[in-house]
Design a protein around this ligand. Structure first.
Ligand SMILES: [Zn+2]
Length: 340
């Protein structure tokens, strides 16, 4: 492959592939030990929070705290490995996107290197003795500057490693989300940094990705309005047509509780936010009388359904009724958004 082709291919899909092909340790008793995905998620979160601003990732206290937090949120007490383990091993991946900048203390001789590597991977202190910092492919670091792509890449890591079989892991996805939900962005930043960046009150990216996952998963990736489900799994990356909509907006209420969420396809998410329909407390759909809609008057479209045809129907319900939308949130939406 020529240099030029190689560069051209380093796009979002390329990194999805890198992330889904990570080699993780499976010798531990309880399945995969996803330290590498958790480290990458931690790095992405710190970029999102404005803590990592340069392509220079140090094994800092901030990173250690974040890594340990996510290790616990995703695995409970199951995962015991230190940060140094994935920090070193990512460098040895088949797909190269994580590099180490060694200190002058790092030996030149291959035999000594082997011994040193062994020490580095086992202890954070040793890692910091020999490694200055890690850095990413510049292409990947550039992609991570875009907030939407950051969330996509975090979601891809979670889909591939932390929620590997959505249907079976239903309870697990909810449990993880409830762990993640327990901390607010501001509190998170205070824990890792004395000087909280100015952008407080924003969401935590990993928790936001987990809200999307949990809400769409409990609706079986269907639109609660129209019932449509369209999904695709491509190279371990899972795509769905539905979004997790916040009923009361996150930007105002900071509420990532599953019951403040509902799964809608892109069209119906937009229509819900616009107030073109609302839900009654018994989960019946009510469509605004103020909208105009029609299909072409030809035979091909005679069975097509307008939004108003859904008026009075029940929503498609989540797989468990305990996650049905909170009536208080629905009432807020009816009063503040719905255009009766
Ligand atoms: Zn829909």
């Amino acid at each position: 492959m020529s240099q030029e082709q190689n560069l051209e291919n380093k796009n979002l899909e390329y990194y999805y592939k890198c992330f889904s092909e990570l080699k993780v340790n499976t010798t531990e008793k309880r399945g995969d030990a996803p330290y590498k995905p958790i480290l990458l998620l931690s790095v992405i979160e710190l970029i999102d929070q404005g803590v990592i601003t340069e392509n220079r990732i140090e094994a800092s206290n901030e990173l250690v705290w974040t890594f340990n937090k996510y290790k616990k949120d995703f695995g409970g007490d199951k995962f015991k490995g230190p940060l140094s383990l994935p920090f070193y091993h990512l460098f040895k991946e088949k797909n190269k996107f994580w590099f180490l900048q060694f200190k002058p203390e790092y030996p030149d001789n291959p035999d000594e290197q082997r011994n040193t590597n062994e020490r580095i991977r086992k202890s954070l202190g040793q890692l910091n003795n020999y490694v200055n910092y890690a850095y990413l492919d510049q292409e990947l670091f550039d992609l991570l500057q875009d907030p939407i792509l950051r969330k996509e890449l975090a979601q891809a890591l979670m889909d591939a490693w932390l929620h590997s079989s959505p249907q079976e892991d239903f309870d697990e996805i909810i449990r993880v989300h409830q762990n993640l939900e327990q901390i607010q962005a501001e509190e998170f930043l205070k824990k890792i940094k004395n000087n909280v960046p100015k952008r407080v009150h924003r969401d935590l990216l990993v928790r936001d990705a987990s809200f999307s996952k949990a809400v769409t998963c409990i609706y079986d990736y269907r639109c609660a309005f129209c019932g449509l489900k369209v999904t695709q799994t491509l190279e371990k990356k899972f795509y769905t047509l539905v979004d997790a909509a916040h009923i009361k907006p996150y930007a105002t209420f900071f509420n990532d509780n599953i019951q403040n969420g509902i799964s809608f396809c892109k069209n119906h998410h937009w229509a819900f936010d616009k107030g073109w329909f609302c839900l009654e407390n018994d989960y019946k759909i009510r469509v605004s009388t103020q909208i105009e809609e029609n299909f072409p008057a030809t035979k091909d479209f005679e069975n097509a359904k307008l939004m108003k045809d859904f008026d009075g129907r029940q929503i498609f319900r989540p797989l468990s009724d305990q996650y049905l939308p909170d009536p208080d949130a629905l009432s807020w939406h009816r009063q503040k958004r719905f255009q009766a």
